[in-house]
Design a protein around this ligand. Structure first.
Ligand SMILES: Nc1ncnc2c1ncn2[C@@H]1O[C@H](COP(=O)(O)OP(=O)(O)OP(=O)(O)O)[C@@H](O)[C@H]1O
Ligand SMILES: [Mg+2]
Length: 252
């Protein structure tokens, strides 16, 4: 048995999950998992919640039987050309080497930092807990160990959805962030609350494309709500975000 298998076995006990892990991730990812486990973020990656284009999300369990969500970005198949656009131009990450691995690691750090920033803004996102290389540990969003599902699949009160979306965009803007992939796929419905996820691509408002990304986020809100029956135009949503931003600024 190779050293790699021995290491994975310590943290991924279930065989089918381990097979996928070994196929998708390299030795370095095993070491990153090992590192985070030694920091006591989790004891085991139990199973895969989601296999996305760029990352796999696992449910993990720590020594007190608390659940965590562990998102591991793929290096080989990640579309780092796409990632480029959201890394370079964001002054926090301008110095990253233009090489696949460096970009994916920076993306992971960026998601961690963006989660922290979103929290200071008062936006409901998973609490970031740790990160190493391409592995991000965060609060598990769900009930009784069952992961919350995206708004796209389950829906939510439309008026409350609209208010929350407008509030989030305004709050993020106030801490100089634009989500840049704002959609019903990246919002989880957790009982009676909505939780914003997948924030690795979010850029500072000083990014040269931030204005375009912001407009796209606004347009996505208008399109989603209109499709669901709450007719909203781009301008109306844009004005609502602006008004909410002013309201929050005045309340400071
Ligand atoms: N903190 C979390 N708690 C519970 N489930 C989560 C959490 N984060 C993500 N998930 C689950 O994983 C899915 C994918 O998450 P996310 O959108 O962050 O990754 P992704 O879209 O695969 O990433 P990428 O866009 O880079 O491919 C979510 O729809 C949700 O089911
Ligand atoms: Mg997503």
């Amino acid at each position: 048995m190779s050293e790699k298998e021995v290491n994975i076995k310590n943290y991924v006990r279930e065989e089918a999950t381990r097979k996928i892990f070994a196929k998708v991730f390299d030795d370095n990812a095993v070491m990153a998992v090992h590192f985070l486990a030694t920091k006591r973020h989790f004891e085991e990656l139990e199973f895969i919640i989601s296999t996305g284009k760029e990352a796999h999300v696992f449910r993990a369990r720590d020594s007190s039987d608390n659940y965590k969500a562990v998102k591991i970005y793929k290096i080989e198949t990640s579309d780092f050309k796409h990632m480029d656009k959201y890394i370079f131009g964001d002054r926090r990450f301008n110095k990253v080497r233009k090489e696949k691995r460096a970009i994916v690691f920076a993306w992971t750090r960026k998601e961690y930092k963006n989660l922290e920033k979103a929290i200071t803004a008062g936006v409901r996102v998973p609490l970031p807990m740790g990160s190493k290389d391409n592995v991000l540990v965060m609060e598990f969003i769900g009930k009784d160990g069952v992961a919350a599902r995206p708004l796209k699949e389950v829906g939510f009160n439309l008026k409350k959805t609209y208010e929350t979306m407008v509030d989030w965009l305004a709050r993020l803007y106030l801490v100089d962030l634009v989500h840049a992939d704002f959609s019903e796929y990246n919002i989880l419905v957790n009982g009676d609350e909505l939780v914003l996820i997948d924030i690795g691509q979010a850029v500072l408002t000083t990014h040269p494309k931030a204005g375009d990304f912001f407009k796209r986020d606004v347009r996505n809100i208008a399109t989603y709500l209109s499709k669901k029956g709450l007719k909203k135009g781009y301008q109306e949503v844009y004005d609502a975000v602006k008004a909410r931003k002013e309201e929050l600024e005045n309340a400071k």
